[in-house]
Design a protein around this ligand. Structure first.
Ligand SMILES: Cc1cc2nc3c(=O)[nH]c(=O)nc-3n(C[C@H](O)[C@H](O)[C@H](O)COP(=O)(O)OP(=O)(O)OC[C@H]3O[C@@H](n4cnc5c(N)ncnc54)[C@H](O)[C@@H]3O)c2cc1C
Length: 250
């Protein structure tokens, strides 16, 4: 009989915020240097725990947006929810030099490394682009140009396209990475982009941009977004078993 594999619990440890980058008016990236650096795979996440003076604790998950090649520190990309507990703390209070409790890496399903190959369709909604950017950066840094990637990224407004200039730079390299934007509350500004929510036809068109059927489709964002994108991919002929979703909640 095969014994179940026990994955060791990740210990909590202290990480120092070494850099804060404003991405959009509602999103900032936080580079964290943990006391004990850890190796991770693109797509994984970390947990952050805040403790108030009275002992009250709040704990949240955040995808790692940096590539695994950068091991000394990792980047979390956090959207501010005005009525939230943890994300406003990061946006309004946290400063470079502050220490926070973290643990990771976590998640063994929503992961990709160049060894797994492609083609890949990545579909992100809002801050759900974070783990997908880790995958794209991983491809670029490891120069795995044999892996075609289409990133279909939905944002409400042009100015809410997180990592916009970096993603444009990658796409301009014309080396097998393509970016398609679906802007839901403004007109599209680039040829080939859309000014509506992601739907079945948009998914079909994005899949057709790949040189062959995808080996994996990664979808990340809010629950409803993941449902729509996954359904669209299946309607376009992608087997359900090839679609992996990471749901951020509501
Ligand atoms: C695996 C994973 C990875 C994630 N990665 C990212 C990431 O990379 N970037 C990112 O920005 N987010 C990410 N998230 C989401 C993140 O974990 C938090 O959920 C998010 O930051 C909100 O936390 P908060 O404390 O600010 O808000 P919360 O205090 O959790 O509130 C969230 C929302 O829920 C509402 N709410 C809270 N409590 C209730 C209640 N009892 N009833 C009804 N509504 C309620 C609030 O009004 C608010 O709008 C990820 C989630 C998961 C599961």
């Amino acid at each position: 009989m095969t014994e179940p594999v026990t994955i060791p619990a990740r210990p909590w440890q202290t990480a120092t915020i070494t850099e804060i980058t404003v991405r959009t008016s509602r999103v900032k990236s936080f580079r964290m240097k943990p006391e004990q650096p850890f190796m991770f795979t693109a797509g994984q996440h970390a947990e952050v725990r805040l403790t108030a003076p009275d002992g009250y604790r709040a704990q949240r998950s955040y995808s790692i947006s940096s590539p695994p090649e950068q091991m000394e520190s990792f980047e979390l990309t956090i959207e501010r929810l005005d009525d939230g507990e943890v994300s406003p703390y990061f946006h309004d209070v946290a400063m470079v030099g502050d220490a926070v409790e973290v643990r990771g890496p976590l998640g063994g399903y929503f992961i990709w490394s160049v060894a797994a190959g492609g083609p890949l369709l990545l579909v992100g909604g809002g801050s759900g682009v974070a783990p997908l950017v880790s995958m794209v950066r991983h491809r670029m840094l490891s120069r795995a140009l044999w892996v075609p990637i289409v990133l279909l990224f939905s944002a409400r407004m042009w100015d809410e396209v997180i990592f916009r200039e970096e993603l444009f730079d990658y796409a301009a390299m014309n080396n097998g990475f393509q970016l398609v934007l679906a802007i839901t509350r403004e007109g599209a500004r680039r040829e080939g982009d859309y000014s509506r929510r992601i739907d079945g036809p948009i998914m079909s068109n994005a899949l057709a941009m790949l040189p062959g059927p995808p080996s994996q489709v990664f979808v990340c964002g809010a629950n409803a977004f993941c449902d729509t994108a996954a359904t669209g991919a299946m309607m376009a002929g992608v087997p359900a078993g090839m679609i992996r979703t990471e749901r951020y909640g509501v």
